[in-house]
Write a new protein. Structure first.
Length: 279
């Protein structure tokens, strides 16, 4: 492949000299994927790390994916470094998963499961880091009774079903449990707080930089689509579906899966949507 520079060829040849599994696939991963070839050309050190660490030869379980992404997000000191580090980690993991797929070391189900697990991890870690920074500036959003609120991201479509592929965007809905306001020195309504957080999360995930992007993000499945608010309370979400929900939205909700927020909030949202999905 002409896209592969000599430095990358040298890494591969050294690996082929010692790794029997790599000998059997040789250059197939470059021939099958321009993305892999380009990524390895951009960062030969990434390829050497994958080879030395042995991660090409095994699948990454969801807990391990969360640990890798959470560690990268925790090191970020601001929004710019968060975007950079998530994009670089995403490129490394996508190369690893694509390599295993092209080499025949993973079947389609395993590949989709890994891509979906990393997508969950990227969205969750980014939301958690951004929420911590926003708490510091605006305070913690609370219900009228004083309980802290967090952003509940609902995965829809392929991600909701755990069937993400390499070219998929992510369909999301942003929700929060209850109306109220933040407890900072200058309170803002919970809706405004979570809309700001959602806007920043979309930017961190989908803005194209020199390092690429994490995921293209589609928010059009939310209530009223582009005309609706970016984040809605559980009450408003339930009322929308019971009053305005159409058959296609019921079918879409079969794949809905909350992936961020407190476990209790996720369960409560799922229970409140159940009567609409299963009449």
């Amino acid at each position: 492949n002409p896209a592969v520079p000599r430095s990358v060829e040298a890494v591969i040849r050294r690996a082929l000299a010692t790794a029997g599994a790599l000998k059997r696939v040789r250059w197939r991963f470059f021939a099958c994927s321009d993305y892999v070839a380009e990524s390895c050309a951009r960062d030969p050190v990434m390829l050497q790390t994958l080879l030395d660490g042995g991660t090409l030869l095994r699948a990454c379980l969801p807990d391990e994916a969360r640990r890798r992404v959470t560690a990268a997000a925790a090191r970020a000191q601001d929004e710019a470094t968060l975007m950079r580090d998530l994009r670089r980690l995403r490129r490394r993991e996508w190369v690893r998963i694509a390599w295993r797929d092209a080499a025949g070391w993973a079947n389609a189900e395993e590949t989709m499961a890994e891509l979906s697990a990393f997508a969950d991890a990227f969205i969750g870690a980014a939301a958690e880091r951004l929420e911590a920074w926003q708490h510091a500036s605006l305070g913690t959003p609370r219900s009228p009774a004083g309980s802290a609120q967090s952003l509940v991201v609902v995965a829809m479509g392929k991600l909701g079903a755990g069937e993400l592929n390499f070219s998929s965007d992510v369909d999301l809905i942003f929700a929060f449990a209850e109306d109220g306001s933040t407890d900072g020195p200058h309170p803002v309504a919970n809706e405004e707080y979570f809309i700001r957080l959602g806007q920043t999360l979309i930017k961190v995930l989908s803005e194209v930089t020199a390092d690429g992007f994490v995921f293209r993000t589609d928010m059009r499945l939310r209530p009223f689509g582009d005309a609706g608010p970016l984040a809605v309370s559980f009450d408003d979400l339930e009322e929308y579906y019971q009053t305005h929900g159409r058959p296609w939205e019921r079918y879409a909700m079969l794949r809905a899966r909350p992936i961020t927020g407190a476990a209790a909030a996720r369960s409560r949202l799922a229970e409140r949507l159940r009567p609409f999905v299963y009449r």
